[in-house]
Design a protein around this ligand. Structure first.
Ligand code: AVJ
Length: 320
């Protein structure tokens, strides 16, 4: 409730307004999945990660637990830079390995949400009293905003398969920014969801309890809160399907009936019956597709691991 009142009182973010206007003017209406994540959206995503059907998070965590102690010892990692630091639990697996190796000095979580970063930083400073925590506020789809000097070697981590949210050109731009920030002894660690049986993937985005559907519709509540729009979330159906040629899951919200939505500063946005709004792509990878993205960004694929079922991949890159 307080959030709602606060948002109504403050002006809409002009960058968000421009981006939303642009996306809703496309023939296939589309919005960035970054708009899922207000307080409620982050909670719903946490709930998704605990679903039986949603294998990526727990698989990645197990892989990190098995691999990080040896990898960090070998690299002698002094700084951890985490892109989109939404995954505090997984962060701890790496920070624990740095502490055990006796090399931990600095943690730089990068996130758009200043309040989220403040909370994370406070918790981690308490848990790791000898670690310097220096958050960077940035929308990683645009910039990294890193501190100028870091104790090296640094490990840049981009976990959770979040790279999958980016169309290949945007993914390459993001990886190029990481490449530009890296020194020669630094490494880049990325988690990717792998190509596999389509039914298994689709099940992960269509849970029977409807948590993913609620997460999807939450984007409309974010638009209502942030922009004062009047979306009726229950007038839209959740749809998630695999696009085999593009190797990606797409999530859409489908208008049940024709409807007009008013967004102050944009105007009336019309939805026809059955018209969809694409809210997310989640690209699935294999070793080859990751190597291609890396190469285009000046990175070299150094190590590649998967779990026993080949559900999820962890990859280490270095400057080529
Ligand atoms: C956080 C982007 C990795 O693509 O699987 C989960 C988000 N969307 N269920 C993903 C998500 C629907 C998730 N990522």
């Amino acid at each position: 409730m307080t959030r709602r009142l606060q948002a109504r009182e403050s002006a809409a973010d002009p960058r968000m307004l421009a981006e939303v206007a642009e996306g809703l003017a496309l023939p296939q209406k589309e919005l960035s999945p970054k708009y899922f994540y207000d307080q409620r959206g982050s909670e719903l995503f946490e709930e998704i990660t605990r679903l039986e059907e949603y294998y990526p998070t727990r698989t990645e965590r197990r892989m990190l637990e098995a691999w990080m102690p040896a990898l960090i010892r070998r690299l002698g990692t002094r700084t951890l830079v985490e892109l989109g630091a939404g995954s505090a639990e997984k962060t701890r697996v790496i920070l624990d390995a740095m502490r055990a190796a006796g090399t931990a000095e600095l943690y730089v979580p990068i996130d758009v949400s200043a309040s989220f970063l403040g909370q994370t930083a406070a918790c981690l400073r308490r848990e790791y009293p000898r670690l310097l925590v220096e958050p960077a506020i940035a929308d990683i789809s645009e910039e990294l905003n890193l501190p100028r000097r870091l104790p090296r070697p640094a490990l840049y981590a981009f976990l959770g398969s979040t790279i999958g949210n980016f169309y290949p050109p945007a993914a390459i731009r993001l990886l190029s920014r990481v490449h530009a920030a890296m020194g020669s002894g630094d490494r880049f660690l990325m988690g990717v969801d792998l190509r596999k049986d389509v039914a298994r993937i689709e099940a992960a985005y269509n849970d029977p309890r409807g948590v993913t559907a609620e997460f999807n519709r939450n984007m409309l509540l974010v638009l209502n809160d942030e922009l004062g729009a009047d979306f009726e979330p229950l007038a839209f159906d959740h749809r998630a399907f695999y696009e085999s040629e593009a190797h990606r899951i797409e999530m859409h919200l489908v208008a049940r009936e024709p409807q007009d939505v008013t967004i102050p500063g944009i105007g009336i946005v019309r939805f026809g019956a059955g018209e969809s709004l694409r809210t997310e792509i989640s690209c699935k990878h294999d070793r080859e597709s990751v190597a291609q993205l890396f190469e285009a960004a000046g990175l070299e694929l150094e190590e590649w691991r998967t779990d026993e079922e080949s559900l999820f991949g962890l990859v280490v890159g270095a400057r080529a």
